[in-house]
Design a protein around this ligand. Structure first.
Ligand SMILES: Nc1nc2c(ncn2[C@@H]2O[C@H](COP(=O)(O)OP(=O)(O)OP(=O)(O)O)[C@@H](O)[C@H]2O)c(=O)[nH]1
Length: 307
């Protein structure tokens, strides 16, 4: 079966209050991706939130909410701001072009539309979008384990904290640290230490099933898992399950005073984000619980108790 060209795997959203204009643009772009459309700014924003298109073609002159406002709202939303927006308008003055670019658009198409020009520009922006997404992917990953890195985790933590605060729902965090890893490195060598980190990363990912959960390498032999919409009881179950999964893998650790194999300690915390707490509290509490798990003998999960 012939594979689709990369641009055909993209999603393009057309927002225009004229059905004829949508029909015309859809016809021009029909083989360039999955085409979605909305006939108002509000409906377009909702669809963009749900489907996260790579590119939005946005009419400037619409009733109720004009294209500039739609563009500003999309660019102000951290979940949608990465999508590229091209304005489509009958105005072709320098001022309107500047206003479009200042609102956050990447390009500007003037009516009447010239099909080959529209296709060429859409192709260019889809290509740029793919390149940017690939770079972002690299910038967010840890080179050794392939897990997300600390930078990405910090961003997600801030985002989820705000989301859970708005919704008044519990967010949990697990800090995971390999026990006596210095002794492992000293005994087996640094390369085996690296292989061990990769294996533990795989096991944590394998034990972390929900797509919204974020598994990251926090640094050194420390990992972190963000558990959205999870209360303290479920977080504690997850922590115990994780310790078990690592222990049953039984990767030999001849110098561990805890067991004959690799084990981990897990610190957990859970809170409903509000005015009185912050994402930093969540991290500090999980870290404190991890310290308690280490002090209590390692190879266990401990949930932070309120100070
Ligand atoms: N091989 C390898 N080792 C690393 C890496 N990053 C950190 N380490 C090692 O991880 C070890 C961490 O040691 P410690 O912080 O003393 O912790 P520990 O020996 O696990 O002791 P506890 O956490 O108290 O159980 C150090 O020896 C670091 O050199 C890495 O990327 N690869």
């Amino acid at each position: 079966m012939p594979t689709k060209p990369p641009e055909a795997q993209s999603t393009i959203l057309i927002i225009d209050d004229s059905v004829d204009a949508i029909r015309l643009l859809s016809g021009i772009l029909k083989d360039m991706g999955q085409i979605l459309f909305a006939t108002s700014g509000a409906a377009g924003i909702e669809l963009a939130q749900q489907r996260r298109p790579q590119l939005i073609l946005l009419d400037v002159e619409m009733q109720a909410m004009d294209g500039y406002e739609v563009c500003r709202r999309i660019k102000a939303d951290s979940d949608m701001r990465d999508c590229a927006i091209m304005f489509v308008t009958a105005q072709s003055t320098m001022d309107s072009e500047v206003a479009a670019l200042e609102a956050g658009a990447v390009d500007f198409l003037s009516k009447p539309l010239n099909a080959p020009v529209v296709r060429a520009r859409v192709r260019t922006h889809l290509k740029l979008q793919r390149a940017t997404a690939a770079l972002m992917q690299l910038a967010n990953k840890d080179g050794l384990t392939g897990l997300f890195n600390r930078r990405y985790f910090d961003e997600q933590l801030a985002r989820e904290f705000l989301r859970h605060k708005r919704q008044g729902l519990p967010l949990s965090l697990a800090f995971i640290d390999i026990d006596c890893f210095k002794a492992y490195n000293d005994h087996y060598g640094h390369q085996s230490g690296d292989a061990c980190l990769k294996r533990v990363a795989e096991l944590i990912e394998g034990a972390t099933q929900r797509p919204s959960e974020v598994v990251a390498r926090y640094g050194g032999e420390e990992f972190v898992v963000l558990l959205p919409y999870t209360d303290a009881a479920d977080a504690a179950k997850y922590g115990a399950w994780l310790c078990e999964q690592i222990a049953v893998d039984a990767l030999a650790h001849a110098r561990s005073p805890v067991a004959a194999h690799i084990t981990v300690s897990v610190g957990l915390t859970s809170m409903v984000p509000g005015e009185a707490n912050s994402a930093l509290n969540l991290v500090a509490d999980a870290d404190r619980a991890l310290y308690q798990a280490k002090s209590a003998g390692r190879n266990r999960a401990v949930t932070a108790t309120p100070l």
